[in-house]
Structures are given as structure tokens and as C-alpha cells.
Design a protein around this ligand. Structure first.
Ligand code: PXG
Length: 295
């Protein structure tokens, strides 16, 4: 099989020769921003929303992306087209660029723009949507909003990686992270929803979470299906005693949760409301009205 082609600053490189400098501050300090995007049936799902979030993340870290939103959308579409993948995962990365060994971002020349397209199973496993996943509640808290908040999708994911390592050590698939106040925030790379007495509840953005694009779409789908939706703080006890729990993310997609810290969630997995939402998501995810047609 031919190697995938990777876009770096306007040129395409075979995967094995797609490289950036070790002096890039994205590598040295995690100084940069990114997006994970999926392609369903040739349609790049919510491409504009992802690119707009990328620019908001960049603005929050005072990184000026050297191209317009439209040029970025075109670069992504071009990369999907040259690779010809109708179902794929896209990683869009903007780094601070090449600098010296000091932190000062003013020393960095031009930010680098990288687009990777690969075929990727759901990140928590292809079986995860049928069997559900096992979570722990991590002892690592989500970074507070006055620090390296996950509202910004930055290249610095150590906060999530520490929680992920704790989940792996405990034999779980992933971890729920609490915010600095002790309320539920999100999983390491996915947002979280609970169902209580027929109401879909998810933490508000003020819990320091990433405002997920799948999260927003799931809230919209639920409302269309007549399921009431609330954004409010969730306590760890509420989490463990909910009727259903599921995660949402571009990489993970929609994943039911079967167990949290040894406590079995609900009666059946996936629960009825989770199943309904997964069914509706699958039915419309490749509709061109939900993204940009590339192939
Ligand atoms: N929260 C966080 C912290 C994320 O990183 C989401 C929520 C879901 O957002 P979207 O917009 O995709 O619905 C993410 C996205 C991984 C992995 O390996 C996950 C993400 C990015 C890169 C890798 O699980 N997350």
C-alpha cells in the first residue's frame, strides 16, 4: 500500500519523510494547537466548526496562523483528496514554529501547519460502542481555568496523559477527570454525558472542559429527538448513580460507559437513550449538510 501523504506548510510528504524541526516550540514546549476531525463517506464532518475552534485556540495562546480560515479549509480538503480516504481521521496541527532553546515565542519564525489523514478505528476500540468502556475517576484533576485550561485545544496534553496512565494502571479504558472544585469535567480526550430520569445532563464549559464539537452535535440531536438536555455541574456521586453514561469525541465517537471505579452503570449497555443517540448520529453523520464534501 502507498504511504499516506502529509501536508506540511503547503507541500506534501510521504508519511516516513514527513518531519519538522526539533527546534520547533511545538516539540520543545507543546506550544501549539490542534484539531482531530473525522471524514464520514467523503464528508469532512463539521469541518468549519473545527477550523474555527482551531483559530480560537490559537488566539487564546496569541498564535497567529499564517493563513485564512478558508485557506485552512482548502488545505484540509486537498489533503483528504490526495489520499482518497472516504472514511478517515484528520489531525490538524499548528505549531509555534522554529525558535531557539528559550521559551520566548517571539524568537519563533513562522508557525507550521500540518495536516495528517489516516484511517483510524474508534480510539477506545472498535467494540467499545457495543460492550461499553470501563472508567476510573482519576486523582489527577483537570487543570483549572486560570491555568492551562482544556478550553484551549493545545499541544500540551500532560494533564490528560497522567489521568490516562492512571486508568491504564488500574486496568480501565479511560478516566473521568474532576475539575478543581471536585465536579465532573470530562474524560481524558472526550466529553461526558449522563442520563438521569430521562434527562441528558453534561457539565458546562465553565467546568474547564473542551467545548467538544461532538458534544454540541449530540445536544442538538437530543433536542431534536425530544430528549431534555441540561448543562450543569455533576457530582461524582451523581455520576456513579446515573441511569446511563456515555462519552463523546471525534476520536472516540459515542461510547457507552459500563463501569466507573468498580460501580456498574445502569441496567443494560448501551442504555436506551444512548442507543437512540448513537442510531441518530450514525444515520446522519455522513450527510453533506453536517460538513464539507471532499470526495
Ligand atoms: N475533551 C478533550 C480534552 C479532548 O481532547 C474532546 C473533549 C472531544 O471533542 P470533539 O470536538 O472531538 O468532540 C477532546 C478531543 C485521544 C484523543 O487519543 C482525543 C482528542 C484529541 C486527540 C486525541 O483520545 N480529543
Amino acid at each position: 500500500m502507498q504511504e499516506p501523504l502529509i501536508y506540511i506548510d503547503g507541500e506534501f510528504y510521504a508519511k516516513s519523510s514527513a518531519k519538522i524541526s526539533v527546534f520547533d516550540h511545538g516539540f520543545l514546549y507543546g506550544d501549539g494547537v490542534f484539531e482531530g476531525i473525522r471524514v464520514y463517506g467523503g464528508v469532512v464532518f463539521k469541518l468549519r466548526e473545527h477550523v474555527e475552534r482551531l483559530y480560537r485556540s490559537a488566539k487564546a495562546i496569541r498564535l497567529e496562523i499564517p493563513m485564512t480560515v478558508d485557506e485552512m479549509v482548502d488545505a484540509v480538503i486537498k489533503t483528504v483528496r490526495v489520499n482518497g480516504f472516504r472514511d478517515a481521521y484528520i489531525r490538524l496541527v499548528v505549531t509555534r514554529g522554529v525558535g531557539d532553546l528559550g521559551l520566548d515565542p517571539r524568537k519563533c519564525g513562522k508557525p507550521s501547519v500540518i495536516v495528517i489523514v489516516e484511517q483510524l478505528e474508534p480510539i477506545l476500540g472498535a467494540q467499545s460502542r457495543e460492550t461499553g468502556v470501563k472508567l476510573i475517576i482519576s486523582s489527577t484533576r483537570r487543570d483549572p481555568v486560570y491555568a492551562t485550561s482544556h478550553e484551549v485545544k493545545s499541544l500540551n496534553y500532560l494533564n490528560s496523559i497522567l489521568a490516562k496512565l492512571e486508568a491504564i494502571a488500574a486496568g480501565a479504558d479511560d478516566a473521568v477527570m474532576l475539575d478543581s472544585r471536585g465536579f465532573v469535567s470530562e474524560a481524558t480526550g472526550a466529553n461526558i454525558f449522563v442520563v438521569r430520569s430521562g434527562v441528558l445532563v453534561t457539565p458546562p464549559v465553565t467546568a474547564g472542559i473542551l467545548p467538544g464539537i461532538t458534544r454540541a452535535f449530540v445536544m442538538e440531536l437530543a433536542r431534536r429527538l425530544g430528549i431534555p438536555v441540561e448543562e450543569r455541574d455533576i457530582t461524582p456521586t451523581e455520576l456513579l448513580t446515573s441511569d446511563e453514561v456515555f462519552l463523546t469525541g471525534t476520536g472516540a465517537e459515542i461510547v457507552p460507559v459500563a463501569m466507573i471505579s468498580g460501580v456498574k452503570i445502569g441496567k443494560i449497555v448501551p442504555g436506551p437513550i444512548t442507543s437512540k443517540i448513537i442510531g441518530e448520529f450514525d444515520r446522519i453523520k455522513s450527510d453533506p449538510s453536517n460538513g464539507v464534501k471532499a470526495l
